[in-house]
Design a protein. Structure first.
Lengths: 266, 178
């Protein structure tokens, strides 16, 4: 018996099949235990994803936290309208709208609604009379952090499809960041105190030995294309990749965009 | 792709309606995609600013257009701005975790586990899974990702398995989501 592809089964689950094809799939699944198992597996994976995403906070929480940022952005945008950054006002005002969208719907004469009208009728030229829509008095902004500096960087190509990054003698509370990259080479970048570490490389391998103090940070880039890849920290395997399977053996303490954050705790 | 209504976003009222309808879902998509509220804020705002400059888009095409532009911005500009600044500024924690100070430790760990699992799978996997969660059909996902609609089911199935595996590896440590 020919089995159905996972794509067809997924399309069936997502109600993407036309009537006749849907009936065919149902008949096949009823008679084929392998496809029935595959369908159940896909259904389970969908449920896992839906439940996981449902546990994440909704954007409204974050919007409320951006009030101080709104004030700052509005002020900066108005202060720099002729500096070749014309869309900055739009960005600031859009964030205001994000905060006040519901309010503007309820209050037809609100300043936000008027701003939408004015801006939309004359994009991207800035309306001269626009006042910054400040939600609350702007707080004094702290000075920006000093520009980051890469203290050390090494990279190697996988050897026979395998690459291994081994970090040792890292202090407790030091930080390791990990990203799977589309680059062909594995890399380790050291920031701050991590620059004092000793780097050695061999075929398909990078070794970094401490000391890496608590305020040090290492960024590890592992190539997705490597058949096998691993990150080992203080003798413990954090991540293992074999072909398409990626196993995280130590839970990350957080993530930023596509990077996982680990705080070394032993 | 053309949509049946063919209406254009040509008036201030249209834009306002589009904004109110799509801003929050787009922001939710971006937060899930990036795991970073700052990057999400930046990208969502810039996406709508760009929409202002493309006011002739048929309203039926606005939604996939927004998500395509936003994803491209995440891929390009977002990586180089807010994330990089905070990544290397000495701040050890992503904002998303301390921002939930009122949440229990268990819940914060659960959120971190989901974000970590999402970060472990390729961006395109995240894009198609999250667009699907937002209710996009296969033809729209295919249009946004540059693949044939007939291949989207396969891509979704494989991405689902990769996510489930990554998420499972988070849960296997200690028996609870982390």
């Amino acid at each position: 018996m020919m089995h159905l592809t996972e794509g067809v089964l997924q399309a069936y689950l997502d109600d993407e099949l036309a009537g006749a094809e849907r009936v065919e799939v149902e008949a096949h699944v009823a008679a084929c235990s392998a496809c029935s198992v595959e369908l159940a597996e896909l259904e389970r994976a969908s449920s896992v994803l839906a439940a996981a995403l449902g546990s994440l906070p909704e954007p409204g929480v974050v919007l409320l936290e951006t009030r101080a940022g709104v004030a700052r952005r509005s002020r900066e945008a108005v202060a720099r309208p002729a500096a070749g950054f014309g869309w900055a006002l739009g960005r600031a005002a859009l964030l205001v709208l994000g905060l006040a969208a519901a309010a503007s719907a309820a209050i037809p004469g609100s300043p936000v609604r008027r701003w939408i009208v004015e801006f939309f009728e004359a994009p991207p030229t800035l309306p001269p009379a626009v006042e910054p829509v400040v939600v609350e008095p702007p707080a004094a902004e702290p000075p920006p952090p000093p520009a980051p500096r890469v203290a050390a960087e090494v990279s190697v190509a996988p050897a026979e499809g395998e690459v291994r990054v081994v970090l040792g003698e890292l202090s407790r509370e030091s930080h390791v960041r990990l990203r799977l990259t589309d680059e062909e080479r594995a890399s380790v970048l050291a920031y701050g105190a991590a620059g004092a570490a000793r780097f050695t490389t061999g075929p398909g391998r990078i070794d970094v030995r401490g000391p890496v103090a608590a305020d040090g940070e290492l960024l590890v880039l592992l190539p997705r294309g490597a058949a096998r890849a691993a990150l080992v920290v203080n003798g413990r395997t954090y991540l293992e990749k074999v072909d398409e399977a990626v196993r995280l053996l130590v839970p990350a303490t957080g993530s930023i965009e596509s990077e996982l954050l680990f705080r070394v705790d032993f | 792709m053309r949509y049946s209504d063919g209406a254009l976003v040509t008036s201030k009222l249209d834009f306002e309606r589009v904004f109110q309808e799509h801003y929050t879902p787009l922001l939710r998509y971006l937060q899930r995609l990036t795991g970073d509220p700052d990057v999400s804020d930046d990208v969502a705002q810039e996406t709508f600013v760009r929409l202002l400059r493309h006011a002739g888009i048929p309203e039926g095409e606005v939604r996939p257009w927004l998500y395509t532009v936003a994803t491209n911005l995440v891929r390009d500009a977002g990586r180089k701005t807010a994330r990089r600044k905070r990544l290397l500024s000495g701040s050890p924690q992503p904002r998303s975790v301390p921002a939930l100070a009122e949440e229990t430790m268990e819940r914060r760990e659960e959120i971190a586990a989901v974000q970590a699992a999402l970060a472990l799978i390729p961006l395109r996997d995240r894009q198609i899974l999250l667009m699907r969660e937002e209710g996009f059909r296969y033809d729209e996902i295919g249009q946004a990702t540059g693949v044939a609609a007939s291949s989207v089911g396969t891509l979704i199935a494989r991405a689902l398995k990769r996510f489930a595996e990554a998420y499972g590896s988070q849960q296997s440590e200690g028996g609870t989501p982390r």
